[in-house]
Design a protein around this ligand. Structure first.
Ligand SMILES: [Zn+2]
Length: 210
């Protein structure tokens, strides 16, 4: 869980003020790609990579590098839909590019007509890196993700966290096939890890068979 949101420096604040002065309906999500924002984005990304101790905010995987090329500065409420939250410090976090790509512009807010940034965990459909403790919502052991709450389940779905399990066992079919369970069983037996096998079983029951 992120305890400290990014603090913008004076130069960044000037840019943000100019953006905030634009009427909400005229705010352009593509402004994020403007060259004048490069330093702001670099500073914010650095902050969150450090703050999250090089763990992705959605899959919780640790990456052994702070290299900006393997991290995305992620808008939790997607900027394509919520351009007015573009610079909101609590709407930003560091994510791995795979989670970011899978999440895309999918909806995460309970109330999609919010004009001010939501301040509570229950305002979001996903595990919010600033408001939620990851382990309260998702049990994560190596390549297995088991939802503990509805939010956890939605996050697993939205960011396709099942991809780690599928990759690990090298499943040939889709996770909803009957053979998937057999392949997973075989993989865990080979690993001789009962704990993970139990977690995986929960995963299958809770997630795949619904
Ligand atoms: Zn990730």
């Amino acid at each position: 869980m992120i305890s400290k949101a990014v603090d913008y420096c004076k130069a960044d604040q000037l840019l943000i003020c100019a953006y905030k002065a634009i009427q909400d309906k005229l705010k352009d999500p593509n402004y994020w790609s403007h060259v004048e924002l490069e330093k702001l984005k670099k500073r914010a990304k650095e902050h969150y990579i450090e703050e999250q101790k090089t763990h992705c905010c959605y899959c919780n995987m640790h990456q052994n590098s702070k290299n900006h090329r393997i991290w995305d500065l992620e808008h939790i409420a997607p900027r394509a839909k919520y351009a007015h939250f573009m610079f909101e410090p609590k709407n930003l976090a560091a994510a791995c590019p795979d989670c970011n790509t899978h999440k895309g512009d999918k909806e995460v807010l309970v109330n999609t007509r919010r004009r001010t940034y939501p301040t509570k965990s229950e305002d979001f459909k996903i595990v919010h890196p600033h408001y939620d403790k990851y382990t309260d919502h998702i049990k994560h052991r190596r390549f297995v993700y088991v939802p503990v709450t509805k939010k956890g389940k939605y996050t697993i779905y939205l960011c396709d966290l099942l991809r780690f399990t599928v990759d690990f066992i090298g499943a040939s079919g889709s996770a909803s096939d009957n053979s998937f369970e057999d392949e997973m069983d075989a993989a865990f037996n080979a690993e001789d890890n009962q704990d993970l096998a139990d977690l995986a079983l929960e995963l299958i029951e809770l997630q795949l068979k619904k």
